[in-house]
Design a protein around this ligand. Structure first.
Ligand SMILES: [Zn+2]
Length: 431
């Protein structure tokens, strides 16, 4: 049994004993000192510090906490227009809803998502947050408040996201610059909303130039298309070259990139090699792409998911994320990265134990690498003690089992326990 009573007043030294962990054979003890993992040793090999709070796990699984490298908190839970619709309809519906945004409204919806994320075991989020003349910096300011309010358990990075374009929506660029001057922000992009291929490429250049100027990461919503016939799309190779030209290796992510699914395998192979060489990460967002792609197909509907196993085969850093939750872009979602990992496995022909372990890494350590977090080091001495204990004893099948999250630690502190049915924090849990 997890001694929950001890945890509320846990000492600086927590030791998770007799744990199973993905990628580690045999059971281990995980000793935490302050906010980091002090060491991971074979179970019973070393006596815990005298003042330690011992959490005996009886073989249950411990894994790194989840990271969502691509999540829209500002437009989450807006609902879906009657009859649904394609990408254009989703952008138009959301643009209209944005006119009514208030700080209180954005905050309330975002906090409902954060409560669900905490229960799922997520302790780091890159929040894609819209900036344009309609909403101004309202949502950015709310995200900054939330980052401060929840910093004890959440590492919230804010991507300044021009959903309606930079060149297509005059007045957006000065707002982006204003937002990028604020701490905790990185530059986002959305070249597919521009009018033509020339503007789309100029958008990519502008975003990467801002990343250089402000010394931040860049994260582009690159394309959401069924094929490569429109030259605004299929810019992945262009992004790779532009990244290397600017020395931004390992600092650029591209999301969706559904055109990768449409390319001939030989062309795709060349593009994936370029992405790998440039250290450009791909964030696959299957819940959205399955919903928005293939809308013109009456039979054999295209699925439009960037091919995860090909990305792995070419050495491209690959993560999965929820993207949108219960809005016009994605009517589904529980802010649970394990749900997304299983979905990606189902549509991507995952079959082996190694496939499912890699999918688990795509929502933990690989996702951490995308956002530049130390959590990418996983269960290693010196890595942040952001951990999840699962009600399961097989560390290879967490994605398949979708087990209950028994305990979540952030920065070495217990922040959520399923046994207590309450959070240690003031995050309001959904009713
Ligand atoms: Zn997105």
């Amino acid at each position: 049994m997890i001694r929950i009573g001890d945890l509320a007043a846990a000492s600086e030294h927590i030791v998770l004993t007799d744990a199973a962990a993905p990628g580690i054979s045999g059971r281990v003890d995980i000793r935490i000192a302050g906010s980091v993992i002090a060491d991971v040793s074979p179970a019973g090999a070393a006596a815990p510090p005298a003042d330690a709070t011992i959490v005996p796990l009886d073989g249950r699984v411990v894994a790194p906490a989840f990271v969502e490298p691509h999540l829209h908190l500002d437009k989450a839970l807006l609902g879906t227009p009657l009859g649904g619709g394609d990408l254009g309809a989703a952008i138009a519906y959301t643009a209209e809803r944005k006119r009514g945004f208030t700080s209180a409204d954005v905050r309330a919806r975002a906090e409902r998502v954060l409560a669900a994320a905490l229960r799922a075991g997520t302790t780091a989020i890159r929040a894609q947050t819209e900036v344009d003349p309609t909403v101004g910096l309202l949502s950015i300011q709310v995200m900054r408040e939330l980052a401060e309010r929840h910093r004890s358990w959440l590492d919230l990075q804010i991507a300044v996201f021009p959903q309606e374009g930079i060149r297509a929506r005059a007045g957006t660029l000065p707002l982006m610059r204003e937002a990028l001057a604020l701490p905790g922000t990185i530059v986002g992009g959305c070249p597919y909303t521009e009018a033509d291929a020339v503007d789309a490429r100029a958008h990519v250049d502008q975003v990467l130039d801002l990343a250089v100027e402000f010394g931040t990461f860049a994260d582009l919503h690159l394309d959401l298309a069924d094929d490569t016939s429109d030259q605004r799309f299929a810019l992945a190779g262009y992004v790779a070259r532009a990244t290397r030209e600017r020395g931004l290796e390992d600092r650029v992510a591209i999301g969706h990139v559904t055109t990768l699914a449409a390319m001939h395998p030989s062309e795709r192979g060349r593009v994936l090699d370029e992405l790998a060489r440039a250290g450009v990460s791909v964030v696959v967002l299957p819940a959205t792409d399955l919903y928005l792609m293939g809308r013109s197909d009456a039979a054999n509907v295209r699925r439009g998911i960037a091919p995860v196993s090909d990305l792995w085969a070419h050495g491209v850093r690959t993560a999965l994320s929820s993207n949108n939750l219960r809005n016009a872009f994605t009517p589904t979602g529980r802010a649970d990265p394990l749900d997304i990992a299983l979905l990606a496995g189902r549509v991507g022909f995952a079959s082996s134990r190694e496939d499912f372990l890699r999918l688990h890494r795509a929502v933990t350590t690989d996702a951490a690498a995308v956002v530049g977090s130390e959590r990418a080091r996983g269960l290693a001495a010196g890595a942040p003690a952001d951990l999840v204990v699962f009600d399961s004893t097989d560390p290879d099948t967490v994605v398949l089992d979708q087990p209950t999250r028994l305990l979540v630690l952030a920065g070495g502190r217990p922040v959520y326990s399923a046994r207590l049915e309450e959070s240690f924090h003031e995050v309001p849990l959904p009713g």
